[in-house]
Structure formats: structure tokens, C-alpha cells
Design a protein around this ligand. Sequence first.
Ligand SMILES: Cc1cc2nc3c(=O)[nH]c(=O)nc-3n(C[C@H](O)[C@H](O)[C@H](O)COP(=O)(O)OP(=O)(O)OC[C@H]3O[C@@H](n4cnc5c(N)ncnc54)[C@H](O)[C@@H]3O)c2cc1C
Length: 459
Amino acid sequence: MKVVIIGGGAGGLSTASNIRKYDEDAEITVITRDEHIAYSPCAIPYVLSGDVGCFDDIIMHQPEDYLERDIMVITRAEVLEVSSENNKIRYQSLDSLENDGSEDAEKPVKELYYDYLVIATGGAPFIPPMEGADLEGVFKIRTIKDGAKIKEWAEKSHKAIVVGAGLIGLEIAYGLKNLGLEVTVTEMMPQIVPRSLDPSMATLVQKYMEKKGINFILGQAIDKISGKERVEGAVFGDEEREADMVILATGVRPETKLAKMAGAELGRWAIVVNEKMQTSVPNIYAVGDCVEVYDAITGHNTQSPLGSTAVRQAKIAAKNMVGIDAAFRPVLNSMVSKIGALEFGAVGLTKTAALQNGLKVISGQKRALTKARYYPGAKRIDVKMTTTLDGKIIGCQIIAEERVAERVDTMSLVIAQGITCNELVNMEFSYAPPVSMVIDPIILAAEDACEKLKRLNGD
Ligand SMILES: Cc1cc2nc3c(=O)[nH]c(=O)nc-3n(C[C@H](O)[C@H](O)[C@H](O)COP(=O)(O)OP(=O)(O)OC[C@H]3O[C@@H](n4cnc5c(N)ncnc54)[C@H](O)[C@@H]3O)c2cc1C
């Protein structure tokens, strides 16, 4: 079996490793435009913040490591064409293109045959069409190279503007603040992290970041980036803010060009795949940021641009390619992040998103502590839960200075199992004063939801 994988990110390389796990004989080739492979883009903000020593630390493997497992990784090569009629791709080395005129530049475009093709082309940063976006000192953030360029520029800068208050924007903002810059985050929505947090929870994260000295301009789109050759500032309506760097953390657009060329169906957001991760061309699979997924609560197709999703999809695609039946389930988009000491995470729908989707919901919310009140080091924790009017839990948001990820994962199980707030309050949680509360904050939020539902139903 000959498998060609386009993309050396989380989706592509995990697919390669998983195929090898199940099939010793498969001929596997991975092709990527990038120079570096097998690194964690998720860790870039933490290199900026100084929590991780340097960019080399976040590279987990080299092409030679894959070769040891008989997986050929071709770096700095661009796949130009997919021909699904004769199962071939055409690719060209980027180095030969850059050395135009040299002997290398004469090299013909190479061709590879595949039995199965995996499109794991990820996404490209979305750059809003605005004046000044091409000035020196304006950065996108996607690859380790982007991260290194940002760090180098930041080290000789004083003021940064981060456009976009999603997870990546906030993490980068904190990283830049730790590098000693004056940082302003701007967001066109009236709150930060609009995709994952309700306004009441987002405010808590914003306040924490403001205490750390980060400024916010919310509900205001940036009109233009000003400057002649280099960035000098950004304009918002009547206001202009000075800056010597601008980071555009304005989202990701799936890379679907090759899939389209192969004749694969594209949906509203990205490449359409079935639960086996097959595109509409049966021997072409697709995984990662370039595909669209189904939302487990709304049933609508959506995006899940998360490394965790890409890796899970890779496992499913690999299994199906080697003949093991496996299905990728609709997503709950569970996420977690850490800014300084503050962790925040969410799974399922916020109350706002549920209402926007036409669902009738209420929310239960509670502030509590992460361990017994008297125990040294107990931290404040905020939990907000979204439930339907029959009590089914469909979302949860958690903010605290410890143990957020575990609780988000617990709630991911709760939601996936269709558990109601009435059922949750009767569940058994462990307790010891140094590590937990005798009644877990999750239960307290569920109790609050139950009370609200009782009042609503006039019980
Ligand atoms: C700063 C940052 C922080 C993040 N934090 C988190 C986090 O905390 N948790 C989380 O779950 N996710 C996080 N993510 C998202 C996560 O990194 C992505 O979801 C994940 O990398 C997607 O993997 P992928 O394989 O689909 O795409 P990518 O990693 O983008 O890989 C795509 C690959 O395709 C290659 N490619 C594309 N077109 C071609 C072509 N024509 N020819 C050859 N090669 C091609 C590219 O070179 C690249 O190697 C973060 C992302 C960023 C940028």
C-alpha cells in the first residue's frame, strides 16, 4: 500500500505514525512545505512568555526519526497538483525554486503515485483586507518561523497591538507582555474569547490580564495599520494607537486548494469528510484544520481548528486505511488555555452560542474554591454550565488557577453521555482537603442549574 500524505503538521504526521503502527509494510511518504516538522505550534506563545526555553525545545522529532520507522518525510517541497484520475501528485522543491537560474532550478517537477492520499494541509492565517497589513512589523502567527520572527522583532520593540482576542491572540499578548512590551489587544466583538466563553466568564479572564498590564479595545474593528514602510500604529475610528509591531491573530482559513483540484467536495467551511475521514473521492482522506466537522450539539457543520482534533482524526483515518473500522464523532470543541497563572477552558456550547442556534437554555453558575477553604493555597474557581430546559447539559466553562483541564474533560464526558444536571448532582466525586472540595464546584453549578429549572417550571 502506497500512502502519500500532504502536510507535516499534527494531522499529517500523526496519520503517518498511526498507519505505521498498524501496517509494517505500508510505503509512507509525507510532503511538507515547512522546514521544521513535528513541533507544537500550541507552544509558540509559551516560548514568547519564557515558560519554555526556546523554539528548538518545541521541536519533538526530525525527519531522520521518521526514517527510522520507514516513513519518508520530504521537507520544503510544495505539492502543486493532485490528479485523482491516475492517483498521482506532483511536487517541487522550494529550494530549487528559490535558487532560480541554478542547476537546481532546472529540476523537473517530481511525481508520486499513491494508493491512498491524505490531505492534511491545515490552514493559513486569515489576514483581513486592510490598509497597512503588508507593512514591516506586521506578523501572522502559524508556524515556528512566525514565532521566531515575532520574538526577534519584539526584542527591539516597545509597543505591540494584537488584533483578535481569541485564544491565540490572548496567549501571544501575554507572551509579548512578558517580553517587556506595552500590549494592547483589540477585538471587534464586545468581549474576549467569544467562541468559547460567555461575556460573564470572559470578563474574568480580561480582568486578570488587565491586572497584568495588558490593555483591551473591545467592540471596535481596526480600520488600518499606519506607517510608511514600518508599522507606526493602528487606527480605530477616531483613535490612533502607536505601535512598533502588530500581530494579526484573526483566525485561520482552511487550505482546500489541492482538495478542490482532486475533485473532493467542499462544504461551507472546508473539505467535507465522512466519519471515516474519507473525502468524496474514496481513496483520498483528509484530516486536521482543512476539514469541516459536525457539532455534537447543534448538528451543524463547523470547524475545529485544534491540534487535539487533528490528532484524533489522524488515528481514525489511519485505521480505516489499513482496514480497521473507526468513526470520528461530532465534536464538542473542548479547549483549555493558560495565561500566566490563570487557566480557562470550555466544552460544548456557551449560553450565547446556544441561544444564537435557537436553543432554549438556562445556565447554572457558581464561584467556589479548588480545595478546602482552610487549606493553604486554595484558589477561586468559576464554573458556568449551559443546560436545555429538560436539564440536559450541553456546555460548560471553567476558570481557575488550577485543575481546569481535568474538570473540562469530566464535563466533556458528561455532555457526550447526555447527562442532565439532576443526574450530575447525584454523582460521586473524590474528596481530600489538599486537592478538592467536599462538594465539587461542578456539582455546585449543576445544583444552581437545577434550582433555576425548578423555578422556571414552577415546582
Ligand atoms: C499559536 C498557536 C497556538 C495554538 N494552541 C493550540 C492549543 O493550545 N491547543 C490545540 O488543540 N490547538 C492549538 N493550536 C491549533 C493547532 O496548532 C492546529 O489545529 C494544528 O496544528 C492543525 O494541524 P494540521 O496538521 O491540520 O495543520 P498544520 O499544523 O497547519 O499543518 C499543515 C501542513 O500542511 C503543509 N502544506 C499545506 N499546503 C501544502 C502544499 N501545497 N504542499 C506541501 N505542504 C503543504 C504545511 O506546510 C504544514 O506542514 C494552536 C495554533 C497556533 C498557531
